[in-house]
Write a protein that binds this ligand. Structure first.
Ligand SMILES: [Zn+2]
Length: 407
């Protein structure tokens, strides 16, 4: 039974309490067995029964639950660095798209990439992601947009679940955008998503969640309802990209469908916040995407003050959030979304677990939970996200097994 001692401070991050209540324990110890936590508390109170067990030292580091990135588009072909410059210079999206950029270019590159190429790229990303203290990732499809290419992306995620230690949770996002070949017949594309993609994804058991991008130029509230009701009938739970560029009733839709999360929300209405409070949906903030697109960042205080849990995620994708650095995004949640460091920590642990319906398993350091944690070289949680360094994580542990250790 391994024991971790000499922990300067441990953040339990319980489901209970408000967004800022991370349950700090000074001079803590943590004990696990078979990948599950069996004891956590002050080191001086460690029961005598653990006296002869195998001891590791945190060397006065901080211990937090393994970070959870609850919103990524991990698998895609190509990059869009040329578009980055055009965005900075203020070129409108239509011009970027006309110059061969935009989401259509990622769709093209993703269709051209083989399953093996995408798999190997993701493996490399995941190795780098583990170094940051992240132990679980939600991964969306949505750059294939044909039956075969959407299945290809989801099969990559399924392979990743068995090929490396990070936890991978898959989401089907066939309704990401209407692909070019259907631009004059969106009805046909929706029919393809509902009648062909969803049944195939469900029959192969390739996704836990179904997501829809609800926005002008993407899908309407009514179209999203149609997709998510079909997905729900096939056993998938709902997640939504909503209210990113305009207030379109997306949060209200998420609440009415019993979605586990509504993500983006920069332009959410007051009614939308209230509806999410009533439904129990998690609000997921994606501050990197607002920065890269020069859009207004979400005001997280509106949700926190209303009692809606706010999760923090990268939105890692090649167009609007091309970094998977979750701790950096937590720092941005502080500086752009007005969350305190403690609130951001809860947003990337237990509330992120809630946003992928896994709060019973991961996201907090409590007895019975999976022993997923990160050791950080920092004096305090505040100091970690305030004096931001490239990587404060010195060790990442998933289900009691070391995935990364700095040498
Ligand atoms: Zn996204």
């Amino acid at each position: 039974m391994p024991i971790l001692k000499d922990i300067r401070q441990l953040a339990v991050c319980p489901s209970e309490g408000g967004q800022a209540e991370i349950g700090l324990i000074d001079d803590a110890a943590l004990v696990w067995q078979g990948g599950r936590i069996v004891w956590v508390g002050k080191e001086e109170e460690l029961p005598a029964e653990f006296a002869s067990e195998q001891v590791f030292s945190a060397q006065q580091g901080l211990v937090i639950p393994g970070l959870i990135d609850c919103h990524t588009h991990l698998a895609f072909g190509g990059w869009r660095a040329a578009e980055f410059e055009m965005r900075i210079l203020g070129k409108p999206y239509v011009e970027i798209a006309a110059a061969g950029g935009g989401i259509a270019s990622t769709v093209r590159a993703t269709r051209e990439a083989s399953e093996e190429e995408l798999f190997l790229r993701c493996m490399q990303h995941l190795e780098n992601i583990a170094e940051l203290g992240v132990t679980t990732l939600e991964c969306k499809s949505g750059y294939g947009l044909t039956v075969a290419d959407e299945l290809k992306l989801l099969r990559v995620y399924k392979r990743l679940q068995n090929a490396q230690p990070l936890g991978i949770v898959s989401t089907f996002l066939g309704a990401h955008t209407v692909p070019r070949e259907y631009k004059d017949d969106r009805e046909r594309y929706l029919e393809l998503v509902v009648k062909e993609m969803i049944p195939e994804v469900a029959s192969e058991g390739l996704a836990i969640f179904c997501d829809v991008f609800v926005e002008q130029g993407a899908f309407s509230v009514e179209e999203a309802r149609q997709v998510l009701e079909a997905a729900s009938a096939s056993g998938m739970k709902a997640k939504l990209h909503v209210d990113q560029l305009s207030s379109g009733g997306g949060a209200e839709l998420a609440a009415s469908l019993g979605a586990v999360s509504a993500d983006h929300l920069e332009f959410v209405s007051d009614n939308g916040v209230e509806a999410m409070k009533q439904s129990g949906a998690v609000a997921v903030t994606l501050p990197l995407a607002s920065l890269y697109t020069f859009q207004k960042p979400l005001d997280a205080r509106r949700f926190i003050d209303a009692g809606v849990p706010v999760a923090v995620a990268t939105d890692f994708n090649p167009g609007t959030a091309p970094s998977f650095h979750l701790p950096m995004v937590m720092m941005l949640a502080c500086t752009a979304n007005r969350m305190t460091p403690a609130e951001a920590v809860k947003g990337a642990t237990i509330y992120a677990a809630q946003a992928i319906a896994l709060a019973g398993e991961i996201g907090s350091l409590e007895v019975g939970k999976q022993a997923d944690f990160a050791i950080l070289q920092a004096e305090s949680i505040d100091q970690w996200l305030y004096h931001f360094t490239s990587n404060a994580c010195v060790k990442t542990v998933k289900a009691g097994q070391v995935m990364y250790e700095r040498h």
